[in-house]
Design a protein around this ligand. Sequence first.
Ligand SMILES: *Cc1c(COP(=O)(O)O)cnc(C)c1O
Length: 390
Amino acid sequence: MNLEEMDKKFVMQTYARDYTNFRRGEGSRLFDEDENDYIDFASGIGVNSVGHNNPTLVNKLTTQISNIIHISNLQVIEPQAKLAQELARISGYDMVSFFANSGAEANEGAIKLARKYGQIKFDNKRYKVITLEHSFHGRTITTVRATGQESFHNDNFSPYPDGFNYVSDIDSIYSSIDDETVAVMIELVQGEGGVEPFDKAQIQKLASFLKENDILLIVDEVQTGVYRTGEFLASNLYEIEPDIVTLAKGLGGGVPIGVVMSKHKDILVAGDHGSTFGGNYLSTTAGLAVLEVLEKLDIKETIEYFEQKLEEVLKNHSDKFNKSVGLGFMRGLRANNSGLLANIMKESISNRLILLKAGRNTLRFLPSITITKDEIDEGFRRLDRALKNV
Ligand SMILES: *Cc1c(COP(=O)(O)O)cnc(C)c1O
């Protein structure tokens, strides 16, 4: 039985997968079983923030796993406390952290915190959370309900929890607030929804309105966080101070981790929330190593270089793309239609370049934050070759 057959026979087929068998990685290159190299512009959907086989991450993890991988959260965990301190310091937000294992779980935690806030802070119970169309907040029953895409909450998985409604754009949030609204949850650049950043002034206006009205602003930074947009958090870039920030993807450099950060430090108390694995030695040591690598990096120049390459693609292939979207290392090229995008994806992998889709017709780029100019050059050479064949 070959690998593809084994996968199809024993693994639940919930993904439309490619069957290239990668054996090792180095920076933004992956190598298959025949040592063919692939340029990685996807970084495991924005997860491998420091690339593959990063020496700092590997060394810190190797040392840690030979000491302790895991104990329970009933004992204090030194790297967990240190990572929480680093998240507060680097973000500049006076916030405490709860550690989970994924983005969806971080968002669940954020929703729980908001609901308890709505229960204890007001005379009438507030519990409703407003989200946006084209958002993506996760795959659990609650976070899939929070996800503002009708196709995600079909009847196969119903009933869904009450208390969520989504609106078509930022301006529609105001009129959908009522006296039971406790929070608004948004991404500042919708990752799965097409990589379109929201307008800064519009977000700042929303943030101050919510603050005045004692409604919590939850920013889902599962994809935008950890330097993805150029700043540590997209919230830093937008110069807002959310009540709750969630992180996951890039923070562990490939080790599963999720975080709920909040300035409301005393809402959740002992017994309210927990996670067996959350914040263990393995994942928080990974988080510390990733931050150590990324904080001292100067990424502005590489981001500009990447942006320039995208503009060239847009110019040279204006028959295929109509727009360049995104921020920092979270970028997209809007293809003219979804059939075309499917062909581009197919040609890219044939030319040994790994890319992602977003929404229906956006070609999405989420390279490692540590990607080099050489790797960028090689990736775009392959993209050019791929596009000439489409
Ligand atoms: C990926 C993602 C999630 C879900 O994260 P998982 O780790 O897959 O649960 C939630 N929100 C956003 C914005 C994401 O990009």
